[in-house]
Ligand binder design. Structure first.
Ligand SMILES: [Zn+2]
Length: 472
């Protein structure tokens, strides 16, 4: 998630006694042709759904910030992965007006975030089908188990949608789990004078009757938590990298002056990241910069990360690195968050090392010695749980997932050497490009690429072990 900015937020979260353990169960999965209300996530059991695989979301939305009202038509194209007499979508809040499956009105019911759809006729395994949901209402802000806010955030001049881990269900129905990625077409109509920015590339805009429709097209698979929508007044800049990759930035006017220099480095950071991680996985890059306070953290939304205020270079590097690690290679469940955050944090260490700053070894040593963070509590929090096994949903974005996750990567680098490690970073991104991956897949990949090395102690002590390992 999130980042780095969030040093203070993660500390605050660690001090809270959050007892919001993931609740509910995935019961009902697989019986009687029901798709089931969850995708089997260990921390968010109701997130996502069983029985189908979405290939494309067509979202046609209209929003008026002054009325705080959203109207939407979601056209979800999917393939059944088993025979289905009913299937679930995730949708939080909002009023459903109608549901059709393949053009035929379907029965539906709601229970919390679960929208259960019963098509007129059963869907056979492997059938391709299209669900259309019409809905409207006042979209909600979601408070996560760790106390941070996501979903639909109201801003001074509009709105901002952020979805990690579960907030996208606050603005469109879907299979809201990272294991199901899809392409998107997003059309957003807003009062004339405002702009709507999303993922992918702009695909046209038109104004009539005092309203402007902005269209966006996402041609590469995207996990729904990486979908974003930023509505408001923005200064927009379109440029290209030296390789021709389109770069689209949208900046709140109050942040334009302070953001200009760092955003001008996007092509340089992308070029460095391509040398380090391999080919850029998507067909455009960029950034959205909102006012500080419009969001509590930065997020690596696909193609263009969202920042609350001008980022520093380290944070920009972090979120751009996520385009490879997280957005292209997506965690299979929320337990695998360290595959996002450990890599994006290590990317910052590599950037520093390549640009005259501390070496990764020095950063690692400082963390191990307990002197990296300015406060003792965060230095101690590093050892509060193993990065691959967060204790509950409130800790998937906590300190060990980021920094101890990066330390795992550094231990691998120490074991295989710099050249093999560089190849491993690129190879992992290539092997799972536009897919999903989990921790067991990663350790198997490392062992396969370095057959003569012994990683057992690294997995046991650094990745899965409780407490601070006995030696650095
Ligand atoms: Zn991150």
């Amino acid at each position: 998630m999130r980042s780095y900015l969030l040093r203070s937020r993660t500390v605050a979260a660690a001090l809270l006694t959050v007892v919001l353990a993931a609740c509910g169960s995935g019961s009902g999965t697989g019986s009687g042709g029901f798709g089931g209300p969850g995708a089997g996530d260990p921390y968010f059991p109701k997130a996502g759904n069983g029985g189908y695989d979405v290939t494309h979301y067509g979202l046609d939305l209209a929003h008026d910030p002054r009325a705080h009202h959203l109207t939407g038509t979601a056209t979800i194209t999917a393939r059944a992965t088993r025979d289905l007499s009913a299937l679930n979508l995730d949708l939080k809040g909002l009023d459903v007006e109608s549901v059709t499956v393949d053009g035929v009105t379907a029965r539906w019911s709601r229970d919390g975030q679960e929208l259960t759809v019963r098509p007129r006729g059963a869907l056979d395994r492997d059938a391709r089908f299209r669900v259309v949901v019409r809905y409207s209402g006042a979209p909600e802000t979601v408070t996560d188990p760790d106390g941070s806010e996501e979903g639909w955030l109201r801003t001074a001049d509009g709105a901002l949608a952020l979805g990690q881990p579960t907030g996208s269900m606050a603005w469109f129905p879907g299979n809201h789990h990272p294991s199901d990625k899809a392409t998107y077409g997003i059309a957003v109509t807003v009062p004339e004078g405002l702009r709507a920015v999303s993922n992918g590339e702009p695909a046209g805009e038109e104004t009539k009757g005092g309203r402007t429709t902005y269209r966006w097209r996402v041609g590469e698979p995207m996990a729904s938590y990486l979908a974003t929508l930023a509505i408001g007044r923005y200064e927009v800049d379109r440029t290209r990298t030296a390789d021709g990759l389109p770069v689209f930035t949208a900046v709140d006017p109050s942040q334009a002056a302070v953001s200009r220099a760092v955003l001008a480095r996007i092509p340089e950071v992308v070029a460095w990241a391509e040398r380090t991680f391999g080919p850029y996985p998507f067909s455009s890059a960029g950034a959205v910069v909102e006012r500080p306070g419009d969001a509590g953290y930065a997020l690596e939304t696909q193609n263009r990360p969202v920042f609350p205020g001008a980022p520093d270079t380290g944070l920009l590097v972090h979120e751009i690195a996520h385009q490879w690690y997280g957005n292209s290679v997506t965690p299979r469940t929320w337990r695998d968050m360290w595959l996002n955050e450990g890599f994006a944090t290590y990317a910052q260490w590599l950037w520093q090392e390549d640009h005259g700053g501390d070496t990764a070894q020095r950063t690692f040593d400082s963390l191990y010695a307990g002197g990296y963070f300015p406060d003792a509590a965060t230095n101690a929090a590093l050892w509060s749980f193993p990065p691959a096994d967060p204790p509950d949903a409130a800790h998937i974005s906590a300190t060990p997932v980021y920094w101890r996750g990066a330390m795992v990567l550094h231990k691998i680098r120490q074991t295989v050497g710099d050249d093999a490690f560089a190849a491993l970073l690129r190879g992992w991104a290539q092997e799972h490009r536009h897919g999903t991956a989990d921790t067991a897949g990663f350790t198997a990949y490392v062992e396969k690429t370095a057959p003569g090395k012994d990683f057992r102690a690294i997995w046991a002590e650094w990745l899965h072990g409780e407490g601070r390992p006995g030696s650095p």
